[in-house]
Design a protein around this ligand. Structure first.
Ligand code: ADP
Ligand code: ADP
Ligand code: MG
Length: 633
């Protein structure tokens, strides 16, 4: 068995691989970029080596640096995770040359499956059904357009080197072809440095069905049944499950056998996934499912397969990489129950799923009934450098309904603030009637966008909860107000209200009489917003701040005055000093909170008109500035 394993990856997959390695008594080595110096995967490992600056090219994709790290720490194997170097044949070869086991298939198998056109041609020759289309070398626009017409619209243009849904365009009709081709090529060139494309018939009512395969170095190959990954946006998976809803035993057997055949055709070793596309317009049928591509690595969604087969696929990978036989043969593998995984992304569904960067000021997912694979902790940063997936949550139960309910329940008790996430979107998808009845295909999210992304403003309740929490800010544990508020009522007392900024205007919100304990949390974020988290949703509300309002109203440029009565507790500038826009001038204590008065623009201080300790009414001039003079040329 391997002794020391270097994991050439980051985030949840690095942590997940380490958990298994550790259980098997294998020493683990992490690698990291400067952006990840304090990341969870670094902390978990027995040793960690810096690779370089944050951009992947200079760190996680730097083959030389990764191999140096392996040699320097005496690693006898490298697990590439997914993404990054996992499907890089040169890297697999470089490992072999260095005498380090690459936990993955041989370079030849990666090459054979690496380009979609070659993989499809190979599969067709091996008798595996492939999506009808064009795989040729003539890449001129006219020729491709003629081939598209022959295939029949709609067609799909795909970058042969593609991955992660990049370099792909669906074309509905001939007049749109040229522009779509140009877009696909441009994207492919920049993402993969290869703009060759293939054309495929766009399958109607497409379902993405993939089969997990596994092979060892002794000539054994098995499949571990299918996963359905039809819930996608922009050709990227969001919710995955195993087994596929509506799959018959006969069809399962036939695609499983086709997948094993595909793996054998390239002398595959280790974990791989054969992706198929099915036309589900009349349910799943054995004669309407075609090979799409092979991913020669561990897949993001492998946990659903682990759940239903009771296996640890990383353990299998490490055993196979050590030269052992597959732990189970085909007849030993059976399906138990159903599993569903969601990918929790730091992204904003309201803005077309743009990644959301920032600090995870709150991050908590209950893991007592579900599996949580994550690489981040509360207070970690989501940076712009890497994939914005922050966690995978996986549920397993006897029935599909029970699994979906377990999963949506865990997400409803999940609290995230500081970055936007797709959590509430995932909950709505899991509770959607069409999802529950197994009516899934790749158009699901687009079709139900209205239900899944309702674009609603924070409800009145969110303001009431924020108001209740803010007026009790003095309580020690401010992010769990309901522990304090249980049974709190203010009925019968004088009316109280709290002011918020709603649509740019000041609005008073009456304090509620909270009578029931709710599954909610309120937390004020560093930027002053208040995050009200309830039922998996995070509402952001903004307390009305007279200081901010004064600033927004364009405070007169020649002075700064107090926006409310209070006590000056600090004066930070002197007459004659030059200050920068935003620089702190003085600190005012008002309403038991400290407020910093800042310079509205770059300026020279002329006079300071207050002293520490002064009790001042609002409108008191704190600092006057010299009038701006024409700058000498
Ligand atoms: P899967 O089918 O397992 O979801 P994807 O092709 O979507 O596989 O890629 C898996 C993950 O790896 C995604 O999160 C994607 O963003 C990331 N990824 C894909 N290619 C790269 C790459 N070249 N470098 C870094 N990450 C990548
Ligand atoms: P990638 O390498 O980016 O994963 P794939 O070839 O696996 O590219 O396709 C990604 C997704 O695009 C699939 O999961 C499926 O949703 C959709 N897709 C691919 N081919 C077709 C097709 N011929 N018809 C309809 N949808 C397709
Ligand atoms: Mg794919």
């Amino acid at each position: 068995m391997l002794k020391t394993l270097l994991i050439a990856n980051r985030g949840e997959i690095a942590c997940r691989v380490m958990r298994t390695a550790r259980r098997m008594g294998i020493r683990t080595v992490a690698v990291y970029s400067d952006a990840d110096a304090r990341a969870l995967h670094v902390q978990m490992a027995d040793a960690a080596v810096r690779l370089g600056p944050p951009p992947p090219r200079e760190s996680y994709l730097n083959i030389g640096a990764v191999l140096d790290a392996a040699k320097g720490t005496g690693a006898d194997a490298i697990h590439p995770g997914y993404g990054f170097l996992s499907e890089n044949a040169e890297f697999a070869e470089a490992c072999a040359r260095a005498g380090i086991a690459f936990v993955g298939p041989p370079a030849g198998a990666i090459r054979a499956m690496g380009l979609k056109d070659r993989a499809k041609a190979l599969m067709a020759r091996s008798g595996v059904p492939v999506v009808p289309g064009y795989l040729g070398d003539d890449q001129s626009t006219d020729h491709l357009a003629a081939e598209a017409a022959k295939i029949g619209y709609p067609v799909l243009i795909k970058a042969v080197a593609g991955g992660g849904g990049k370099g792909m365009r669906k074309v509905e009709a001939a007049p749109d072809f040229a522009a779509a081709l140009e877009g696909a090529k441009r994207e492919a060139k920049s993402a993969f440095n290869d703009d060759k494309v293939l054309l495929e018939k766009y399958v109607s009512r497409p379902r993405h069905i993939e089969v997990q395969v596994f092979a060892d170095t002794h000539g054994n190959a098995v499949h571990l049944f299918e996963r359905d990954c039809s819930l996608q946006r922009r050709h990227q998976k969001v919710i995955e499950e195993a087994p596929a809803p509506g799959m018959s035993e006969a069809m399962r057997k036939s695609i499983g056998e086709a997948a094993v055949k595909a793996a054998k055709a390239v002398n595959y070793v280790g974990a791989g996934t054969i992706e198929f596309i099915a036309d589900a317009s009349e349910g799943l049928r054995s004669d309407r499912v075609w090979f799409m591509e092979m991913n020669t690595r561990l897949q993001v969604e492998h946990p659903v397969t682990e759940a239903i087969t009771g296996t640890d696929l990383v353990e299998w990978q490490l055993r196979v990489a050590s030269g052992e036989r597959l732990p189970k043969m085909q007849d030993d593998l059976v399906i138990h129950g159903r599993a569903i995984e969601v990918r929790l992304y730091a992204e904003d569904p309201d803005t077309g799923f743009l990644p959301s960067i920032g600090k995870l000021e709150r991050f908590s997912i209950p893991d007592d009934k579900v599996r949580v694979d994550t690489g981040v902790r509360e207070c970690d940063m989501v940076t712009p450098f890497y994939d914005p997936m922050i966690a995978k949550v996986i549920a397993h139960a006897d029935s599909r309904e029970a699994t979906a309910a377990k999963l949506s329940d865990a997400l409803a008790h999940t609290f995230v603030a500081g970055v936007k996430t797709n959590n509430a979107f995932l909950i709505r998808a899991l509770r959607h009637k069409d999802f529950l009845s197994g009516e899934v295909d790749t158009g699901f999210i687009a079709r139900h966008g209205h239900d899944l992304i309702p674009h609603t403003a924070a409800p009145a309740d969110a303001y009431r909860m924020a108001a209740a929490a803010l007026t009790r800010m003095a309580v020690p544990k401010q992010n769990d107000p309901w522990a304090v508020y249980d049974g709190f009522r203010n009925s019968g007392q004088a009316a109280q209200s709290f002011d918020f900024l709603v649509d740019g205007k000041r609005k008073g919100v009456a304090l509620p009489g909270i009578q029931v304990r709710r599954n909610a949390e309120v937390q004020q974020l560093a930027n002053g917003d208040v995050a009200v988290m309830e039922d998996g949703e995070t509402w952001l509300v903004r307390p009305y701040d007279p200081f901010e309002a004064a600033e927004a109203a364009g405070d007169t440029a020649d002075r700064v005055a107090t926006p409310m009565p209070g006590k000056i507790i600090q004066v930070l500038v002197k007459p004659g000093e030059t200050v920068k826009k935003g620089q702190a001038l003085a600190v005012l204590e008002a309403m038991k909170m400290e407020h910093t008065l800042a310079a509205p623009s770059d300026a020279d201080v002329s006079t300071v008109e207050v002293q520490p300790g002064d009790q001042v009414p609002d409108g008191t001039v704190v600092v006057r500035f010299k009038q701006q003079e024409q700058k000498a040329a």
